[in-house]
Design a protein around this ligand. Structure first.
Ligand code: ADP
Length: 637
């Protein structure tokens, strides 16, 4: 049973906080500086929130206080103080904001960090646990805060970051906002130095939009570089702002600086990161642009300016034409906002398209890192043409699985009468190349796009067409349609035609195969698409593709085996031999064994074989028989 050590003033940290603190105490850091960045960033958020409350008309305690951040230190006492005049915290807010980790999935994050022995100072800020980084340098922290709400008392929170904290109500007068006193650990005394604090602020917090004072001297330069004309911003400034904004230590892959005056005025500064920053697949909700109205931050990480598939883009957008008091709820109904949003979306796509022409290597890097999320853009109907041009695929003409082509490349290589663009799905290039459905395409020299990601099928399904050409799965290709293309080599006459009588027997054999497979298949028929394989499973012409079917099965937790058409390659040696056996002894058990084996092998290839036991036993049986025949054939005794 858990012991409740909580008294009126004494509170235990929640388990996950203890765990995090434990990691912080025991980790090695290359970069302890960031504790200050985290505190200043929290202070800036608190000031943004205050400004928002005041725009929204809330009553504000100490409303004349200037909005600013003050950093001070005492070298002899080894203390640093970071104070803001922001929104402050009530007692309940302290308990829920800095006694727990609110973010869902944090436990998983902690485990990963603990296991990986990673330098946490590089990632801590990204996961909304920045406040605790203070304990990389502090042996004790005393936080005093007074909420902007008039009736809430000022509170003091005190902790050594080990397992608990003390919370008490203050009787002395405290101004609105939060002030944090840090008693440095012995190994962190170095931080109580002017030059040190100044350089950290300059490096990490230069773009904070509120003034930051160090012992009363203004430190940050505060320029909204997105509002400057492009010609006056140098690369270093762009990069510096990017690092501030994204917490990325690398430079961005690309920068898009947009400035529009009519019909609607807005500026936007956007970045494409070099790496997909979806660390551990955990920060999916951390995307979106910072939305400013007349330089006032209205919303951090707004998710509506850019559609989700462009969520890898970091940056800001700032407009003169939006009302300052616009609420987050009414943004989406605002016509100006929607125009800004569609204009920026269009510009990002145009930029990518220009990149693909001017710098294919860079584009390839973009695709590798962000292609997965970008492909979700299939749902953006208004930009589908631009989107389609930006898609990349591996294909049967590629020399390896890394090479990428685009739909227009495919079209330029199409056969004169070809009306469709063909694609096939599979787990890898090797798996796809073993797919019997591809045989006819290989024989006819028709290019096929290789899709490795389940989402690609959705993309194809939803695009449906590229220019005048239908996008079609090879499974749905009608072999009769393909006949007109002629074979690459002289493959047609490899086998002799059957005699009229044998044709009839063959019809009977097909019926018998259907009898064996019964309800497990919808039909047994002669295949027109196979040349090397004896048989395959095919989908009814306009049904789902196997890949799509598999996804639906997974989604519906359906373990049943879909019913398909069993196609038989009439010219295959194995099938011809079966026919001979059938003619001489229609009920020979061997026929049944082979048919079962072919059917289950096809299921295995498609990923539907739920129980391999029968298949394995049957193979053993067939091998045993074939060893006997081998002995007989070689006259071995
Ligand atoms: P994050 O800032 O990513 O939410 P933190 O651990 O840094 O995570 O902070 C937790 C929460 O504590 C913040 O979301 C905020 O509600 C509150 N907080 C931290 N610092 C301040 C501050 N200076 N003023 C008001 N609230 C603060």
């Amino acid at each position: 049973m858990a012991v409740d050590n909580t008294t009126a003033n004494h509170h235990e940290f929640k388990a996950e906080v203890k765990q995090l603190l434990n990691i912080l105490v025991h980790s090695l850091y290359t970069n302890r500086d960031i504790f200050l960045r985290e505190l200043i960033s929290n202070a800036s958020d608190a000031l943004d929130k205050l400004r928002f409350e005041s725009i929204s008309g809330s009553e504000i305690w100490d409303s004349d206080l200037p909005l600013e951040i003050n950093v001070s230190f005492d070298k002899d006492k080894h203390t640093i103080n970071v104070a803001d005049t922001g929104i402050g915290m009530t007692k309940d807010e302290i308990i829920s904001n800095i006694g727990t980790i609110a973010r869902s999935g944090s436990a998983e994050f902690l485990k990963k960090v603990a296991d990986s022995n990673k330098d946490v100072s590089n990632i801590i800020g990204k996961f909304g646990v920045g406040f605790y980084s203070i304990f990389m340098v502090a042996s004790e922290v005393i936080l005093k805060t007074k909420s902007f709400k008039k009736d809430e008392p000022a509170m003091q929170w005190k902790s050594d970051g080990l397992g608990s904290y003390e919370l008490e109500q203050l009787t002395e007068e405290v101004k609105r906002g939060t002030s944090i006193e840090i008693h440095l650990r012995e190994d962190a005394f170095e931080f109580a130095e002017r030059y040190r604090l100044e350089s950290i602020i300059k490096q990490h917090s230069n773009f904070i939009t509120f003034p930051i004072y160090l012992e009363k001297e203004r430190i940050n330069t505060l320029t909204a570089i997105w509002r400057e004309p492009k010609t006056s911003v140098i690369k270093e400034q762009y990069n510096e702002f990017y690092k501030y904004l994204s917490y990325d230590s690398e430079e961005p892959l690309d920068i898009i600086h947009i400035s529009v005056d009519a019909p609607i005025q807005f500026n936007s500064l956007l970045y494409i990161p070099k790496k997909n920053m979806d660390l551990f697949g955990f920060s999916r909700h951390e995307y979106g642009l910072d939305l400013y109205v007349r330089r006032v931050l209205i919303q951090h990480e707004n998710k509506e300016v850019l559609p989700e598939y462009l969520g890898f883009v970091k940056g800001v957008v700032d407009s003169e034409d939006l009302p300052l008091n616009i609420s987050r709820e009414t943004l989406q109904e605002n016509a100006i906002f929607n125009k800004i949003s569609s204009s920026i979306t269009g510009q990002v796509l145009s930029h990518l398209s220009k990149m693909s022409k001017d710098d294919p290597e860079k584009f390839k890097q973009f695709w590798k890192e962000h292609g997965k999320i970008f492909r979700l853009g299939y749902s953006d109907y208004s930009n589908r043409e631009k989107f389609a041009e930006l898609l990349r695929f591996n294909s049967s003409v590629s020399k390896d699985s890394d090479e990428l082509i685009q739909l227009s490349d495919y079209v330029s290589r199409m056969k004169p009468e070809q009306k469709e663009i063909y694609y096939v799905s599979g787990a890898s290039r090797e798996a796809i190349e073993a797919d019997p459905h591809l045989e006819i395409f290989k024989n006819k020299g028709i290019e096929v796009l290789y899709l490795y990601d389940p989402i690609d099928e959705f993309v194809m399904d939803s695009l449906f067409k590229y220019k005048d050409y239908n996008l079609k799965s090879v499974e749905h290709a009608d072999p009769k349609e393909l006949e007109k293309f002629g074979n690459k080599e002289n493959l047609e006459t490899v086998h002799e035609a059957l005699s009229e009588e044998d044709e009839k027997k063959f019809e009977d054999l097909l019926k018998y195969i259907k009898e064996i497979l019964g309800d497990r298949v919808t039909e047994v028929r002669v295949s027109e698409r196979l040349s090397e394989s004896p048989s395959c499973l095919a989908n009814p012409a306009n049904g789902m593709t196997s890949q799509m079917e598999k996804i639906m099965h997974m989604v519906n937790k359906d373990t049943s085996v879909p019913k398909k058409i069993f196609e038989v390659n009439k010219d295959h040696k194995l099938i011809r031999n079966l026919l001979k056996i059938y003619i001489s002894e229609p009920k020979d058990e061997y026929i049944r064994q082979v048919v079962e084996q072919l059917y289950e092998s096809a299921l295995l290839l498609e990923g539907y074989l739920n129980d391999p036991h029968r298949l394995v036993n049957r193979i053993k049986d067939i091998l045993e028989k074939s060893s006997e025949w081998h002995l007989a054939m070689k006259s071995i005794k």
